[in-house]
Ligand binder design. Structure first.
Ligand SMILES: C[S@@+](CC[C@H](N)C(=O)[O-])C[C@H]1O[C@@H](n2cnc3c(N)ncnc32)[C@H](O)[C@@H]1O
Length: 394
């Protein structure tokens, strides 16, 4: 089966998590914002970097939008001519220069054709050629046979794929997990749940748990517990430790809240410990952590201040990796977010450890379609970016 995935704001992150899950050969970038995935089944809610996904129905090599529009009308007026009940349709066009009116027009022609067969179609208005994830999600498009979103993507080579959505990101659930947790801490900084999912996939994507067991995901800088929270929701067991007793309590309280919200009992444990010296309990199948990021900055710091913060973070993270390396088995995957600081020109200062990681017994993962350097997560107004390191203990 082939699926198209529409990727989020930083497409490299989505490409990376898909590659780690399905293998580099199964993932093919086709445009700036989308990839094709060859897989049996695609469960969008596991992937923080994917906005929408759809099963590919057909492909064509058109010279203009009119041909695409005619094909859609022909395909779906045939398919739905004897449909029982009302159909809701949304159309989203990616990487094709076309106006929202032209997109809408295709839907209107289809609606008129179906009307002749007494089939009623509700067309979702396009204020843009692409429906927002929120619109797709709130209209439950792709989640039942009568709620359809056509995802139309133009590839770099000018080919067109028409796919039927199988769902979009559940932004309501993400917002709830992010904002309604009882314990939050602005200073510790909160990792968005989507990014936690991406990181868990980057580490665990290729791992298969032993029969009847769960993978144990260790987060040695667990803070308020976003990574443990997403790990248990993805079916893993979470093991979090943190230097701060308060953070250990917060992680506990948040995951207990999550159990209530999801009416489930999760598998987790938390304890207090310094990541530079702690002895963790075994087994550990994967390590996923947003490490210490230094203090937050609202503007780029002075060179002296930057030097001090870089040194401090580098020390903690280097000692952590050294300590961890003595306790995890060869082959254990590690995905950590470490700080990188952006200056006014948008250039980054990286932690010295990132260029000498091999000396500590870790091998960076080689991706097929992206480079490790693309794995930087930040917003335009942020000074401290998160650089994702995807490593394997050698
Ligand atoms: C950027 S925050 C992680 C936030 C976390 N991802 C969350 O969901 O809230 C870094 C965490 O590292 C902890 N920390 C700092 N130094 C540490 C050390 N040496 N060992 C363990 N934890 C440490 C801090 O207490 C803080 O909770």
């Amino acid at each position: 089966m082939s699926y198209i995935a529409i990727l989020g704001r930083q497409p490299a992150l989505g490409t990376a998590e898909l590659e780690r899950t399905y293998g580099g050969k199964a993932v093919t970038p086709i445009s700036l914002q989308s990839v094709i995935i060859d897989c049996e089944d695609f469960e969008i809610q596991r992937f923080g970097g994917v906005l929408k996904a759809g099963k590919i129905i057909t492909e064509l090599q058109p010279s203009n939008w009119r041909q695409v529009s005619q094909r859609i009308v022909q395909l779906y007026s045939d398919k739905w001519s004897s449909f029982e009940g009302k159909i809701t349709l949304g159309i989203s066009v990616y990487d094709f220069v076309v106006s929202n009116r032209e997109v809408q027009q295709a839907g209107i022609i289809l609606k008129q054709k179906l009307k002749k067969h007494n089939v009623s179609l509700r067309l979702i208005p396009n204020s843009d050629p692409t429906l927002s994830t929120a619109t797709s999600h709130h209209n439950k498009l792709g989640l039942s046979p009568n709620k359809v979103e056509l995802i139309i993507v133009r590839t770099r080579e000018g080919k067109i794929y028409i796919a039927e959505s199988t769902g979009s990101q559940n932004i309501t659930a993400y917002a709830e997990r992010d904002q309604e947790r009882p314990k939050r801490d602005a200073f510790v900084g909160m990792l968005p749940p989507k990014l936690a999912q991406i990181m868990i996939n980057l580490a665990c994507g290729q791992l298969k748990p032993e029969e009847g067991r769960k993978l144990v995901v260790l987060d040695p800088f667990c803070g308020t517990g976003v990574i443990p929270q997403e790990a248990v929701l993805m079916g893993h067991a979470a093991y979090g430790t943190d230097l701060s007793e308060k953070m250990v309590e917060y992680s506990h309280a948040n995951i207990e809240w999550l159990e209530k919200v999801y009416h489930k009992e999760f598998d987790y444990k938390f304890s207090h410990g310094d990541a530079m010296t702690n002895k963790w309990q075994q087994p550990i199948n994967a390590v996923v952590a947003e490490t210490y990021l230094g203090q937050p900055f609202s503007a780029p710091p002075s060179p002296a201040k930057l030097e001090e913060v870089v040194k401090n973070c580098d020390h903690i993270i280097t000692e952590f990796l050294r300590n961890l390396g003595t306790q995890i088995k060869p082959g254990t995957p590690v995905c950590i977010a470490v700080p990188a600081w952006r200056n006014k020109e948008g250039r980054f200062t990286h932690l010295p450890i990132t260029s000498i990681i091999a000396r500590f017994g870790y091998k960076p993962h080689e991706f097929t379609n992206i480079s490790q350097n693309d794995l930087l997560y930040y917003r335009e107004d942020q000074v401290v970016a998160r650089e994702l390191l995807v490593l394997t203990r050698v």
